[in-house]
Design a protein around this ligand. Structure first.
Ligand code: TRP
Ligand code: SF4
Length: 327
């Protein structure tokens, strides 16, 4: 039986962190053997909010791409590419914009939230309102069966389904209706116990050096109720413990759990223990990162290879689309 096709994308907003690793990336990696995978960098989508600061985007594309390769997304198994290199997305976006009712976009919860949240930014643009239409084009141009995304992106996939249905209704059955494949949110938080995010300045990056990792771990907020070394702690509410569960062996996890509850281990020591295990786990990622960072031409060739494979599919879909619309 043919493998199902999945597709997902990330905006190029700079290097990826452990939240991305245990969220989207881990999920993508797990899927690369069982699905025909298309993963791309949504650089046009970055423009919808950062249209006035475009200089860093090319560097961010390389950052993200190298992170993908370093954690083990394989160009032999998946099609890895850059959105703006496949101009067909723009053509389909234009055609879909003709059939997308404005109210569908205006009631999009993500749209309303972002407008309210990013007050210092003028987001009353055509492009920002049309963000989900471009995303729909990204997805259906590859006839994806599934879209692995976090819960924040679920409304966009829902809109994609509606737009694809509307297209099929007007012009004939060309597009499969893609399923949302929900990615579990990672259990780990940022060093300040908020959601790990670049904009909160609380993230540990895949590209952080061992000393940066140690330094950030030392700053991590632990069980807030544990004020003194002599107070017993509660690992269940401690973010450092969540990291232990991901990076330390079972024996260490059990020992920390017990000794924390009896005030037999201090947070400083507990963090050092975890930091060393985290540094060890990141070592192979760093090694690959160094390899690719010093070979930008190799990275560019991998991107070019992915672009070609993606383009072949997109070109074929667009031929069918033009024929269906008779234009
Ligand atoms: N909007 C997505 C995000 O911000 C990125 C994205 C663009 C995407 N096009 C996509 C994700 C298509 C899945 C499918 O994370
Ligand atoms: Fe958290 Fe470890 Fe401190 Fe317990 S000892 S509160 S698990 S950092």
């Amino acid at each position: 039986m043919a493998k199902k096709r999945i597709l997902s994308g990330m905006r190029p907003t700079g290097p990826l962190h452990l939240g991305n690793l245990h969220g989207a990336l881990a999920n993508w990696k797990n899927m690369q053997d069982d699905y025909e995978c298309f993963f791309f960098i949504a650089d046009w989508h970055a423009l919808t909010s950062d249209y006035d600061t475009t200089a860093p985007i090319q560097g961010y594309i390389m950052d993200v791409f190298i992170d993908w390769l370093s954690v083990g997304l394989s160009p032999d198994k998946c099609t890895l590419f850059v959105q703006s290199h496949i101009k067909e997305h723009a053509e389909l976006f234009l055609l879909l914009s003709m059939i997308t009712p404005l109210p569908w976009l205006e009631r999009n919860p993500t749209y309303k939230e972002q407008i309210a949240e990013l007050k210092n930014k003028d987001l009353s643009t055509f492009g920002f309102l049309g963000y989900p239409v471009l995303q729909a084009a990204d997805i259906i141009i590859y006839k994806a069966n599934g879209v692995p995304v976090g819960i924040d992106q679920a409304p966009h996939v829902e809109l994609t389904r509606e737009i694809a249905r509307r297209f099929n209704h007007f012009y004939g059955d060309i597009f499969p209706i893609p399923e949302t494949i929900l990615t579990e949110t990672p259990k780990i938080l940022g060093i300040d116990r908020r959601k790990m995010s670049k904009s909160y300045n609380n993230a540990i990056y895949l590209s952080d050096s061992p000393d940066e990792v140690r330094d950030k771990v030392a700053q991590m907020i632990t069980d807030p109720q544990r004020a003194r070394r002599s107070d017993p702690g509660n690992p269940d509410v401690c973010n450092v413990f969540s990291f232990h569960q991901l990076y330390s062996d079972e024996q260490t996890v059990q020992r920390v759990d017990r000794e924390c509850r009896h005030a037999e281990i201090g947070c400083v020591e507990c963090k050092q223990l975890m930091a060393e295990n985290l540094v060890k786990a990141l070592a192979p990622v760093h090694e690959k990162r160094t390899y690719y960072e010093t070979r930008p031409d190799t990275v560019r060739a991998i991107i070019e290879h992915g672009d070609q494979a993606a383009r072949a599919v997109a070109v074929e879909t667009m031929e069918q689309v033009r024929a269906a619309i008779r234009i």
